[in-house]
Design a protein around this ligand. Structure first.
Ligand code: 6PG
Length: 248
């Protein structure tokens, strides 16, 4: 069955399959560097949203080595997060901690260049504060990230937009505190409004356990949250390794 772009379709839609996880990290790093180059040429700053958990670790580490370490103007990069667990920043489950260990510390990124979601704070307050901080960093203009990196959960979630939760339906706010009953936890997450305003969105999907969700979404099944990611005036790229693409 052929693959289909989301509806409404993004400006451009691509699927790129690479052999394995190391190739996924390399391909992701190349896309990151290209997005950074275009943003710095056009606007002198590169605003990127990071995803969490494990797949992006290899990409972040790859960016700290040649040629990417020296090729990107890291002092002109501003980092944001797509979602965060409601835990302190030094907690083992913190997406911020993972990015700090694999990317920010090795590249000596100043703390002021990273806008961290405050997982340790009251979730509703942290969501409002993060949205206010995003709006300030875009000087009140519509928040349009240059690149959003996203992962895919086996259940079809992305960021912390989970099936059968409230945040996927949020149309007004940029950031939500989302109750996730099946995990018995709350999460902080960017909403579709924030994600779909981006210039570029790249999904990084690795492993056979993602193959079913990826195939459903890329064949046009609409009911999984990750199917709702479609940057109207942007490009959408699904980067998968062969194991994750095995049911396409
Ligand atoms: C989270 C993540 C989440 C992640 C997927 C896939 O905090 O749960 O942001 O959306 O991207 O769960 O994670 P992996 O790609 O590491 O499997």
């Amino acid at each position: 069955m052929p693959t289909r772009p989301p509806n409404p379709a993004p400006a451009t839609f691509e699927i790129h399959v690479v052999p394995d996880a190391p190739a996924l990290a390399e391909a992701g790093a190349l896309k990151f560097a290209r997005a950074a180059s275009d943003a710095l040429k056009d606007r002198g700053i590169f605003r990127v949203v990071l995803s969490g958990v494990s797949t992006p670790r290899a990409l972040y580490s790859r960016l700290t080595r040649r040629p990417f370490r020296g090729a990107i103007r890291w002092d002109r990069v501003r980092f944001f997060f797509g979602d965060e667990r409601c835990v302190p920043p030094d907690h083992a489950r913190s997406n911020y901690r993972m990015a700090r260990e694999t990317l920010f510390d090795p590249l000596e990124i100043p703390a002021a260049h990273v806008l961290r979601m405050k997982g340790e704070a009251d979730p509703a307050r942290a969501a409002r504060d993060y949205e206010d901080a995003i709006r300030r960093r875009f000087s009140g203009r519509p928040a349009r990230f240059d690149l959003v990196l996203l992962g895919l959960g086996e259940d079809g979630h992305t960021a912390s937009l989970f099936p059968a939760t409230a945040a996927p339906a949020e149309r007004r706010r940029l950031v939500a505190a989302n109750d996730v009953p099946k995990l018995s936890e709350r999460r902080l997450t960017l909403t579709f409004r924030a994600l779909n305003a981006a210039r570029r969105v790249v999904f990084l999907v690795s492993g056979p356990e993602k193959a079913s969700a990826a195939a459903k979404i890329l064949r046009g099944y609409r009911d999984l949250p990750a199917a709702g990611v479609s940057p109207r005036r942007g490009t959408l790229l699904w980067l998968l390794d062969e194991a994750a693409a095995s049911k396409l």
